[in-house]
Design a protein around this ligand. Sequence first.
Ligand code: ZN
Length: 258
Amino acid sequence: MPDTDALADLMRDSARIVAFTGAGISTESGIPDFRSPGGVWTRYDPREFTFDKYVGSAEVRANSWAMRKEFLGNTPAPNPAHLALAELDKAGRSLGVITQNIDGLHQLAGSTNVVEIHGTAREVMCIGAAPVAGTPDGCGFRADTAWALDLVAAGTADPRCPDCGGLVKSATVSFGQMLFPGIIEASTDLMEQADLVLAIGSSLQVFPAADLPVHAVRHGAQLAIINDEPTPLDSIARLVVTGRAGEVLPPTVRSALA
Ligand SMILES: [Zn+2]
C-alpha cells in the first residue's frame, strides 16, 4: 500500500503545487512509453527520424507521417491521474503542469497552465523550407494534426505549408531538434515559485527532466516523487511514493482537498 497519507499531508500544506509529469502518467491511458518494450522506438529506428533527416528527405517525411498515423490510431483519453491534477488546478492549489509528454491529455483533463517541454503531437507546424541547426524556421502556420493526416490519406505524401510552401512537421521536438524558445524559462519560472513539486511517472534521467526538480528544491520547494521504480532524485525528495499515478493521485488529491 503506497504511503498516500504522507503525500496528502504534504499537498494539504502546499498552496503552490507544480506537477512535473513523464510517460508513466499516460501509460494508463493506453499510450505506451515510446522506449518501453513494444514501444514505437523498439520497432522504428530513432536514428532514422532526426530533425536533419526529416528536413533532408521526402522519404523520411512520408515514413514519419505513416508512423504518426499509427501513434494516433487510437484516441487516448485522460485517466484518473490527469483528472486529479486538474482538480488541484480547479481548487486553486496548482501553479501549473510541466510535462514531457506530447499527448495533450493534461489540457483535455482541464489543467489550464501546461508547459509541454517536447511540444504536442496534436498539432503540426510549418518549419520553413530549409531550417538548419535543429531549429524550426517557419512562417507561424499551425494546424490540427488531422489536417495533415487527411492530406496524407488523400495521397499527398509530403504535405506543405499552405501559406509559404515550407515543410510541415508535427509540433513535437524531434531527435536532434532544439527545444522551443521560452520553454526552459517558463519551466524554471514555475519551479522557482513552487512550494511543492510532484514528479510523476518520470524516470528523471533525461535532460531537462532531472534538472528542473533539482532547481525547484534549490529554490525551497519540497519534492515528492510518484513513480513505479526508483529515480536518481529519490535521495533529495521529501517523499517517495512507489506506485502508479492513476492509483496514487486520485485518493490523495481527494483527501488533500477535503
Ligand atoms: Zn509556412
